[in-house]
Design a protein around this ligand. Structure first.
Ligand SMILES: [Zn+2]
Length: 185
């Protein structure tokens, strides 16, 4: 093989490598985020004595998130109360559904913690009954002495991802466990 012929083969290989390289550098299309209505309109007309608590809970969620605004602009989220049967949340879809506060549970546990927890379900969070009071979604597992009404940073970040279009939160019912204190005597 003559030196000139080797040189030509080398030039062909380099040109081929350059073609592969340019294909690899082509910009991929950015992943399209699902469009989510980032405003949750809540309604306290049926919340009775817990209307003010719901407003406080909405303020907490607004303060702890960037992609979510809770406002009294409609009834995507209804707040109800009952006596007995337990507090629970019914999520129809992300940001849509209703919350029921059990007045009996709200006498043993901090009502604002119950409210922010139940609303957390509507915002796409699951239960995490691990007993840690710094978590909101640990709910009643943290005991009646835990009054923390604030989401942990990871919980707030998950809500932000949900409302940024990067979380899945379908229809689900959360029948919550806020265990009653043992009756003495
Ligand atoms: Zn729960």
């Amino acid at each position: 093989m003559s030196p000139r012929r080797i040189g030509r083969r080398f030039a062909t290989l380099v040109a081929g490598a350059a073609t592969v390289l340019s294909l690899g550098l082509a910009n991929p299309a950015p992943a399209a985020a699902e469009v989510v209505n980032a405003t949750v309109c809540y309604n306290t007309s049926q919340a009775g004595p817990y209307a003010g608590i719901a407003d406080q809970a909405a303020s907490i969620w607004n303060n702890y998130t960037n992609n979510l605004t809770m406002s009294k602009c409609g009834s995507n989220l209804m707040i109800y109360y009952t006596t007995g049967g337990g507090s629970y949340a019914v999520r129809r879809s992300l940001g849509n559904g209703y919350v029921v506060i059990d007045t009996a549970q709200a006498q043993q546990y901090a009502p604002l913690r119950i409210m922010t927890h139940e609303i957390g379900h509507i915002l796409g969070l699951p239960d995490n009954y691990n007993g840690q009071c710094q978590l909101l979604m640990s709910g009643g597992s943290a005991g009646t002495g835990c009054t923390n009404p604030y989401p942990a940073s990871a919980e707030a970040a998950q809500v932000d991802r949900n409302f940024g279009g990067f979380g899945a939160a379908g229809a689900q019912v959360f029948r919550d466990s806020w265990p009653a204190l043992a009756t003495i005597g």
